[in-house]
Design a protein around this ligand. Sequence first.
Ligand code: SAM
Length: 225
Amino acid sequence: MSEIVQDYIEDYIRGLIPADCLQIEEFRQRAQATDIPIIHKEVQKQIELLITAQKIQSVLEVGTAVGFSASVFAIAMGPRGRVDTIERNFKMVVQAEENISSLGLNHQINLMVGDAQEKLAELDQSYDMIFLDGAKGHYIHLLDDCLRCLKPGGLLISDNVLFKGMIASNELVIRRKITIVKRMRVYLETISNHPQLITSILPLGDGLAISLKKTIKDEASCCQA
Ligand SMILES: C[S@@+](CC[C@H](N)C(=O)[O-])C[C@H]1O[C@@H](n2cnc3c(N)ncnc32)[C@H](O)[C@@H]1O
């Protein structure tokens, strides 16, 4: 359980989510059985909704793990959608390649091996959506490159931003996690007040921040009273 919302609420919401795709459901169960940290079911549904509503066709992901969320995004976008996903752990990369291949999604998903900060700095293309799901203490260091690589009107989605409640309450903070907590608080304050972003933070899963990169029209239409 996420420790962000009460278990009975989370169980109820998860119980309402249908298993739309059997292969993805089996993939989720396999990953969870081996303790691979993948997106929560309700976070998956929220992002599928956003992909469909915003007609997203290109995604950059930080943190592939075994390729679960990348596969979910590729399927939600349909065959013309593309995912670039970055992973630095070679063992994960090997498993992700196998999983993506067995789902027949190789033509949609491009696995980039290496550290996200280095890979992001090299990127010169822009995306409809960027999904941050790597090391939580580094989101703040990736923000400038994410903004550079995000199309106006695109979405920056950051997962695990409430980190088991520790971000919102000092009483829950574990001493050895204090640096991550401090950096995440700075990240959330930055994206919440950033002139180029409209950000909503949801107590969904382990906390999900959804930020829209404003278009020039959005920037012009803010309160001028
Ligand atoms: C929570 S898991 C990702 C789960 C995946 N998005 C999913 O839902 O299926 C986080 C992954 O990010 C990777 N990671 C963490 N920091 C990274 C970095 N700086 N660069 C690349 N990968 C990173 C870790 O090795 C780990 O596999």
